[in-house]
Ligand binder design. Structure first.
Ligand code: KG4
Ligand code: ZN
Length: 363
């Protein structure tokens, strides 16, 4: 059994975590303790969403997002810090939108200096992965030593398959060559005029189809049939591509004479399934190729109910346990930043000048 050495002497600390990599201003305080099986208690988890502001543009505008972070962060920090003694600050330094990241990093530095406490820099992608280590898992049989694992991180900015040899030891096996899976959901929603952010809206539209009665044989013939491509499905690598799928939706929609709600629901169901098919196939293949003990999901798209269900079904078939974060910890939040901070205590520093945002940092 491997030991996580740097955790051996650590007991009970309050971590203030700050996450401003995209359009959500997130602050959390977690109580962390333990050695081989660390335990986390969420004391606060505050997310100030900017959805309403970016909605009208159908996407995130970095400088608008930065302005909102600057406005909202001091307010939610004040809320989170009420009557709580903080021992450490964890802050996301990247990857993400540079102007946004700096708002979090600068305020973490100001606060750390004021309180004279160390900062741990956190990688956003590692945060999404380690979001799995809070909640149900704390009472489960899963051991932190169940590695190697294959991690699928699917968000609005990233789609990566990562081999995780241990906590802190990662190798990117493949990633998207163009759009991320979440980006594809968002762009499809925009094409269909459904609003922003698209993931949840497309998912909701897709479930509406399921709830309807199965048509009788005669009706089946007149039923709209939409077939979309599964990009790179059969390619023997671990890369993805979703921009062609989005374009296929655009052409299909433009060509179609019917553009009613029912038609849009069909498109949503098919595009969601196309994305799941590719993610599932490549993840399972990587898991088998590397003979891993666990599959770990993370990122906003892993909140997708159908994806969660189909991964669990697959997991039962191939008997590789799959970890998926609690739904509210899939999309951006600062709890995951705090957890990643605890696992990276060896990087903590009071040399605050050293903490810098890095928009393109790799895991
Ligand atoms: O991880 P995240 O909050 O932010 C980034 O790091 O990018 O992921 C946001 C992405 C968005 O593209 C959003 O549409 C997608 O996650 N998303 C979903 C669902 N909830 C959020 N995609 C599919 N189904 C969902 N239920
Ligand atoms: Zn994210």
């Amino acid at each position: 059994m491997k030991k996580i050495k740097f955790l051996d002497t650590i007991q009970n600390m309050n971590i203030l975590a700050i996450e401003t990599s995209c359009d959500d201003t997130c602050v959390a305080v977690i109580k962390a303790s333990g050695k081989k099986k660390p335990r986390f208690k969420i004391l606060s988890n505050i997310i100030s969403s900017q959805v309403e502001i970016h909605k009208k543009y159908g996407g995130v505008y970095p400088f608008l997002a930065k302005r909102e972070h600057q406005k909202n962060l001091p307010i939610i920090l004040k809320k989170a810090l009420k009557k709580i003694k903080i021992d450490l600050i964890a802050v996301t330094i990247g990857p993400g939108l540079e102007p946004c990241l700096w708002v979090g990093v600068n305020s973490a530095k100001d606060l750390a200096k004021k309180l004279n406490i160390p900062i741990v820099p956190v990688n956003h992608i590692e945060g999404h992965i380690l979001a799995n280590f809070v909640g149900k898992i704390q009472n489960s049989k899963f051991k932190i030593q169940n590695f190697p694992a294959i991690c699928l991180v699917v968000s609005g900015g990233h789609t990566q398959l990562i081999l995780m040899k241990d906590i802190g030891k990662y190798k990117i096996l493949g990633e998207t060559r163009d759009d991320a899976a979440g980006e594809c959901f968002d762009k499809v929603a925009r094409i269909l005029g459904l609003g922003y952010p698209g993931g949840l809206i497309v998912a909701k539209m897709a479930t509406k189809i399921k709830k309807e009665q199965v048509p009788r044989k005669r009706e089946q013939k007149s039923k709209i049939k939409i077939k979309l491509p599964r990009p790179m499905f059969n390619q023997k690598n671990y890369d993805f591509s979703f921009s062609g799928l989005k374009t296929a939706v655009l052409y299909t929609y433009q060509k179609s004479k019917i553009k009613n709600q029912k038609y849009k629901q069909q498109v949503c169901k098919e595009v969601q399934q196309a994305i799941i098919d590719v993610l599932l196939k490549k993840t399972i293949r990587a898991a088998k190729d590397y003979r891993v003990k666990t599959i770990i999901l993370g990122g906003g798209v892993s909140a997708n109910q159908e994806l969660r269900k189909q991964f669990k079904v697959q997991n039962a078939k191939c008997k590789i346990p799959v970890l998926i974060p609690l739904k509210n910890l899939c999309t951006d939040n600062a709890v995951m930043t705090g957890i990643a901070g605890y696992f990276n205590l060896n990087k903590k520093t009071k040399n605050w000048k050293k903490i810098k945002a890095d928009a393109n940092i790799r895991i």
